[in-house]
Ligand binder design. Structure first.
Ligand code: IVH
Length: 688
């Protein structure tokens, strides 16, 4: 692979994992592995700056924007922390600080790193006025109504609080409440949450705040970005406790890295006795004025660092290996294990990832293996206890044929995975594609995985286009369908016909086309026919579309069945072109200069420029002191942001901009109604 290809691949993989983590609340790899891949990409990008991409996963802090809440710009950007894993890493962190601060004395505050979802709360005159999620760090979802249901979040402060306050913390779900919630979900036939963090994150994104109120959530506060009463971070948080916030009494002030390390060692074991999950320690320079002096890098503060605990391991025996087939035909080997207790749950299965990993582990039936949980649903096998191996055991062979349909497996050059090439007739691939199609960010058809299985088995659904010829009479006779549920399904299918083209393009499941590339392609080509007829070169000239995606598009349309699939969707009224919005025109932006940065949900950057001009404003490229607004999209450039802050330029979000010019946003035209998908924040669809 050339460095360029390597960079592209790493970006694709990391985007996928970012999405799994932040949007699906369903990560597939551990933070440690994620950080390793990110580091690889950072190194390559540094080595080959010519492949710079403002939307690279290295350029952003992650995104959990959901389409159901309005997005608002954070008053203070919500950055994340750099990670460390060893005492040496901490010593380097300490040395960097000492180099900047010289002889000036300082101390650290050490805190637990709560494993949940971060939240930023704003208080005016002691009243809670706004609660935002982190989102992409620049703008987050307004979840005030949900936050208000969390008992540890004060609605009215008491004592001697500042009139203007922004305070941050982590919303967690204590383990006891998590276990009870999961038991209830299993009883009701719902999918249990993989871990308390996913449960907290899914709960905060529920559209029905009454339902949120029933979730056992707790907010632990840890940071005040607005002006504080004292120069000590530790003391400010003590004061915050006196204003009504939940600040766990677990922090300590430490004079040096040895004391920090003692704190880490203490909590590495003791944390298991805490009622909620923690995944590390956060070390902060205690003095606010020194924090200010140390400042930030583009993504993380220089005055703080996270220390990540090593994941817990357990040892058990391998009984057998299953081979699972994914939506794109990827074969994943899964180990069946003798049940073992790991970090509070009994584990019977663990991932073996792919053929390469199996070979590298040289894993054999009856081997003793070590497993580790990394936040994903199923843990993974990390090593084999070869010393305890039966000397007569034989290496395991990877399968040669698909366990579901019998087709001979293939393996692409340079790829670690085997595929089942029988994409059109292999049942898990067909069902997986349909599940992807109905997903909330795709066609948003209200349908559970089990119902897809049922419709498929009944012969009513052979591909997603069959939805559009499905009738009330077809489904009403099926088990588990009643008048209301049958009507809801048919209504939901009808409603999906108004889903905008870019989401349709994502839904049809062309290999390698994610949400972002679908949007870029839709904005550039406007219709599916134009995409189908575009040459490989034209496709590749599109922002973010490389050789792999372009070839995958060509391959998709070269297939007769795929073209027939699209034709059937078209004939049934699914959107295959961008709907032109009537160009609004007004003078509301007269005299205003606006800089745009990042990418936007509803419009391309060029369209945003046109909108600014159509409403009397002026679009300029650089932020200066005469700029009126910085219009912030996703993946906004850090230097623009910094300048905006320096010059005191007001930062506005996409939705705020539409409100200014009186245009409806896609959020207004395609609301996700709450009764349609009450658990939309928790869906566990396999999108990749
Ligand atoms: S301080 C600018 N303190 O960890 C400093 N973060 O990887 C802001 N977290 O986004 C963060 N416990 O969601 C801080 N005691 C703690 C924390 C904590 C958990 C989370 C937080 C943050 C992430 C950074």
């Amino acid at each position: 692979m050339t460095p360029k290809e390597q960079i592209t691949e790493l970006r694709t993989v990391l985007h996928k994992h970012n999405y799994n983590y932040y949007v699906k609340h369903n990560p597939e790899i551990s933070d440690f592995e994620f950080d390793k891949l990110l580091k690889q990409l950072q190194d390559l990008e540094q080595q080959y700056p010519e492949y710079y991409d403002p939307n690279s996963p290295t350029q952003r802090v992650g995104s959990d924007l959901s389409s159901d809440f309005t997005q608002e710009v954070h008053e203070y950007p919500m950055l994340s922390l750099a990670n460390s894993y060893s005492k040496e890493d901490l010593q380097e962190f300490d040395a960097r600080i000492r180099k900047i601060l010289g002889d000036r004395p300082f101390i650290y505050t050490c805190e637990l790193k709560y494993d949940g979802v971060s939240i930023s709360l704003q208080y005016k005159n002691g009243k809670l006025t706004r609660a935002l999620t982190r989102g992409n760090g620049i703008q987050g979802d307004n979840i005030t109504n949900n936050a208000k249901t969390i008992k540890t979040i004060p609605l009215q402060l008491h004592g001697n609080f500042p009139n203007e306050l922004e305070i941050r913390g982590e919303v967690v779900m204590p383990r006891a409440g998590f276990n009870a919630l999961n038991e209830e979900r299993i009883e009701q036939g719902e999918q249990p949450f993989a871990n308390p963090r996913n449960a907290a994150s899914g709960s905060l994104k529920l559209l029905n705040s009454r339902e949120v109120a029933r979730r056992p959530l707790q907010a632990n506060m840890y940071y005040i970005p607005s002006e504080t009463p004292t120069d000590s971070h530790f003391e400010n948080l003590e004061l915050a406790r006196s204003w009504g916030f939940n600040v766990p009494e677990l922090s300590e002030q430490c004079k040096n890295i040895d004391e920090v390390y003692a704190f880490i060692n203490k909590w590495d074991t003791k944390r298991k006795d805490l009622p909620f999950d923690t995944d590390g320690i956060v070390i902060k320079v205690d003095s606010i004025s020194l924090q200010e002096e140390l400042g930030m890098t583009a993504k993380t503060p220089r005055w703080a660092i996270a220390f990540k605990f090593k994941a817990e391991q357990a040892r058990t025996r391998l009984i057998s290996v299953d081979f699972q087939v994914g939506r794109q035909g990827t074969i994943t080997p899964v180990a069946n294990l003798e049940p073992v207790l790991l970090a509070g749950t009994i584990i019977k299965r663990a991932s073996l990832y792919n053929a390469d990993q199996m070979k590298e582990l040289d894993i054999r039936i009856n081997d003793y293996v070590f497993i580790e949980k990394g936040g994903e649903i199923i843990p993974k096998v990390v090593s084999v206890d070869t010393a305890a191996r039966d000397e007569h055991s034989k290496p395991l062979q990877f399968i040669t044929h698909c366990p579901e349909c019998g087709a001979e497996l293939i393996r692409m050059e340079d790829e670690a995975n085997y595929y089942c090439p029988n994409s059109k007739h292999c049942p898990p691939q067909i069902k997986g594609k349909i599940e992807h199609f109905v997903g909330r960010e795709a066609m948003n058809i209200a349908l559970a995985g089990a119902t897809i299985e049922q419709l498929y088995n009944a012969g009513l659904l052979n591909n997603a286009a069959d939805f559009y010829t499905l009738t009330y009479n077809d489904v009403i006779h099926l088990d588990r369908f009643a008048e209301k549920s049958a009507k809801n399904l048919i209504d939901s299918i009808q409603e999906s016909k108004s889903v905008p083209f870019h989401r349709v393009l994502y839904a049809i499941g062309i290999r390698h086309i994610g949400k972002a590339s679908a949007k870029v392609l839709a904005n550039k080509f406007h219709t599916i026919d134009a995409i189908q007829n575009a040459s490989l070169e034209e496709l590749q000239e599109t922002e973010d579309v490389g050789e792999i995606i372009a070839e995958s598009i060509k391959q998709f349309f070269a297939d007769d069945d795929n073209r027939a699939f699209i034709q059937k969707l078209k004939d049934n009224g699914v959107q295959f072109e961008v709907k032109e919005k009537a160009a609004a025109s007004s003078t509301v932006l007269e005299g205003k200069t606006i800089v745009i940065s990042g990418t936007f949900r509803d419009h391309s950057r060029d369209e945003m420029k046109d909108l600014i001009e159509a409403n009397g404003g002026k679009n300029v490229s650089g932020v200066s002191k005469s700029t009126t607004y910085l219009l912030a999209g996703e993946g906004i450039g850090p230097s623009k942001l910094e300048k905006a802050q320096t010059f005191g330029v007001q930062i506005i979000s996409e939705d705020e901009f539409y409100a200014m010019i009186g245009q409806q946003s896609s959020e207004d035209t395609h609301p996700t109604s709450e009764n349609k998908k009450p658990t939309s924040g928790e869906q566990q669809l396999s999108l990749f």
